[in-house]
Design a protein around this ligand. Sequence first.
Ligand SMILES: [Zn+2]
Length: 292
Amino acid sequence: MVLKVLALNIVEDGDSVEIPKVGYRDRVELNCQTAYNRSIVEKALRCGCFHCGSTFAGSDVTVWLSECDGEDSACCPFCGEDAVIVGTKRFPLSTALLSILFMEWFPEEYEAAKENFTNAPEYSNRDDYLRKGVPFRYERGEREFVGEVGLWVDSVFSASWNEEFDSLLPVREEELEFADAGGEVSVKACFDDEGCYTCEIKSASGNLLPYAPWSGRDQDLLLDLSNRYGDDLKGLIVDGGFGGRMRLYVEREAEAEMCSRPLDIEIDWMPGWDESQIEKVSKAYSEAMGLE
Ligand SMILES: [Zn+2]
């Protein structure tokens, strides 16, 4: 029997959690922790899976891969992958750490999620992106997009085009505060009273983001869609302003019911799974699918 498990336990880090600087050797070392780890996982109060971003107590692990040449390896109780770590002294467990490892060790799944998502939480910068575990939270639903534009970080923030701003101006610190913000935004493009093209992109919490459409074609598309859909035009930004892009959609009542992105993994019942594990996974699945 094959199941897709949707309900994850992604716990956002607090602002005080440091963003770990993980080098190549550290990545390898942390990855090594996913194998032969039964004795450290079993006694850990908190473990994490860098395949799905969930955190849990070591005692929640009920499925183990038996290894022929050492201790068993833990399988994540949420997604079944053997990507469970407890962290190290230098790299204590955090959602930011799991995010970084996921992007490094599962690049194809990460890229595919960014390619196909229809929903993602708002984030104000890259640190926020990692602490919130956004790499694990790209969701895929039924939403239809009406267009996509490239973005760049507008060095004059006001996003106005005229002679005065055509010269190169140095980027000011404060303009970069949201320079890699993303997720859900509202979008409005128009010609202002003086006939200048303006484009306003605001985050869900109301911050004006320093982005502008990449090309003339992108400007035209935004203007056209803005005229057509007014306040219902929304955007989803991926990869921030540096080579970033924004998908555009129209907020309609019918689109309010979204379903979560199914993980691109399938779990086969493993020989070692007992009744309680099967029941737990089935319950999580039913809840996520709205069957209960
Ligand atoms: Zn997992």
